[in-house]
Design a protein around this ligand. Structure first.
Ligand SMILES: Cc1cc2nc3c(=O)[nH]c(=O)nc-3n(C[C@H](O)[C@H](O)[C@H](O)COP(=O)(O)OP(=O)(O)OC[C@H]3O[C@@H](n4cnc5c(N)ncnc54)[C@H](O)[C@@H]3O)c2cc1C
Length: 432
């Protein structure tokens, strides 16, 4: 039987970053990945001369150690960019974030939003609502909630907003001051608000350039090595193509819900807690098209008539994502986990939507397309998660198993956070 001190499951950014640190410390580790490529969601695909990602994967950097590591890894390939994001609603493009840039909306919609916002501010309650729906009404008022937050989030989460908790929002939902809302409603765009105003993207190679650079410093990566089952009592993992591997400590970066299902003879509480964890699924339609005239990096689409919640233009981050004179686009649609989606029908509707906003002239402008599926995309923040998550993580920790990363820790996080967690977990595993 194979033996290793530290077994890492999953070679996305979390697993790769952990392995990278362990390699530097000359630790005994093995990184096992189910697919025949590394990078997880930060993977890029080439088709007919176009480069596609799992939709826009942009590097919003905020912490000194990981920012430096990521930028050093990309070297000259790291391209700094300033956000050009818009919202398309009521037939108009307005600047992001919606709540701070009401100026371009039709007068009636703008009045509804401003009036509702001022009313909500005057009524500012002592106790903040704990469900997302009520929190929106308290924070932004009826108009902004009706025209953006409710329809957009309903499309993204596919979950009742009154059951969604508010502990995911942090940096993702900017809360403006009253004067900012008024300025943005009557004067000019409020620039630079929100967490994602500055970002980096690789000049060439799509976002995959990042995991590829990290993987070049990782020797013991075993591809096509899916974790089949885990004997937590004996500290043995059964892996496709590798057989049984005995470990002393384990880092799992695969979705926690599905890790629990792999545990042999898992106790009832583990199985029940895993069942409580919920998530949605995202289908991404990537398109290679004749020149797209839109100047934006990405656009949010709250309204129902649009099948997708967000769309973006890769070539506006990196012209090398398409042959000269062409553009590559992505469109993100979300649905309930496991729901059947008729992709052909969806594609037809998406193309009609894109033509209606001028992103493509007509169907003949589409040269190639590629659907990508993220079966576990956004984890649902609800009361059940609050209870089940700490119990599950602690059950695994007690058995020498750390579960980290966006899906290992079952959270709404981003690439830099995955790198940070990979590093921190490596330090933790070396100390134990
Ligand atoms: C639609 C979408 C858009 C996003 N946009 C951005 C963005 O713009 N900026 C940003 O910073 N972040 C973005 N993210 C988040 C980003 O993708 C993640 O934070 C990051 O890639 C997660 O890395 P990870 O290693 O934790 O997980 P993953 O990338 O999911 O890696 C887990 C790995 O485990 C492997 N695996 C699964 N099961 C097994 C098994 N049984 N055995 C072995 N291996 C297994 C998988 O193949 C995968 O390689 C986005 C996410 C989504 C869904």
């Amino acid at each position: 039987m194979k033996k290793t001190d530290i077994l890492i499951i999953g070679a996305g950014l979390t697993g790769l970053s952990c392995a990278f640190k362990l390699e530097k410390k000359r630790a005994d580790y093995l990184l096992a990945e189910k697919e025949n490529w590394a990078g997880g969601l930060a993977r890029s695909f080439r088709k007919d001369g176009f480069t596609f990602d799992y939709s826009g994967h942009l590097l919003h950097l905020r912490w000194p150690e990981t920012s430096k590591f990521i930028l050093d890894s990309l070297g000259k390939n790291a391209k700094p960019l300033k956000r050009k994001a818009r919202i398309y609603s009521s037939g108009k493009f307005t600047a992001y974030p919606f709540q701070m840039n009401l100026k371009g909306l039709p007068a009636k919609v703008r009045s509804e939003c401003v009036e509702g916002f001022l009313k909500a501010r005057r009524a500012f309650p002592e106790v903040k609502a704990e469900n997302f729906r009520d929190w929106c009404l308290q924070t932004f008022g009826k108009g902004i909630s009706k025209h953006f937050f409710f329809p957009y989030n309903a499309k993204l989460w596919n979950y009742p907003l009154e059951k969604l908790s508010t502990d995911w929002m942090g940096q993702f939902v900017p809360v403006p001051k009253t004067e900012e809302v008024l300025y943005g409603a009557y004067k000019d765009d409020v620039k630079g608000a929100g967490y994602n105003h500055d970002f980096y993207y690789p000049e060439t190679g799509g976002i995959n350039a990042l995991p590829a650079a990290i993987a070049s410093g990782v020797e013991r990566l075993s591809l096509d090595s899916e974790l089949i089952s885990l004997n937590a009592a004996n500290k043995t993992a059964r892996l496709r193509n590798l057989g049984n591997v005995r470990y002393k400590k384990l880092l799992s970066t695969i979705p926690l819900k599905y890790l629990a299902e792999k545990v042999e003879k898992a106790p009832e509480t583990v199985r029940k807690n895993a069942e409580l964890l919920e998530h949605n699924q995202v289908y991404i339609l990537n398109l290679g098209v004749r020149k797209c005239p839109l100047p934006q990096h990405w656009i949010y689409f709250p309204e129902k008539e649009f099948v997708f919640y967000r769309a973006g233009v890769y070539t506006n981050f990196s012209p090398s994502s398409a042959p000269r004179g062409f553009s590559s686009l992505y469109v993100e649609t979300a649905s309930k986990s496991g729901e059947f989606i008729d992709l052909k029908k969806a594609e037809g509707r998406i193309v009609k939507n894109l033509v209606s906003i001028g992103a493509v002239k007509d169907e003949d402008d589409i040269l190639t397309s590629m659907w990508l599926k993220v079966p576990c995309a956004y984890v649902i923040y609800n009361e059940a998660r609050k209870k089940a998550l700490p119990e599950l993580l602690s059950w695994f920790e007690k058995r020498g198993i750390s579960s980290a990363g966006r899906y290992g820790a079952w959270k709404y996080s981003f690439m830099e956070e995955s790198v940070k967690e990979g590093f921190e977990t490596a330090e933790k595993l070396l100390k134990r």
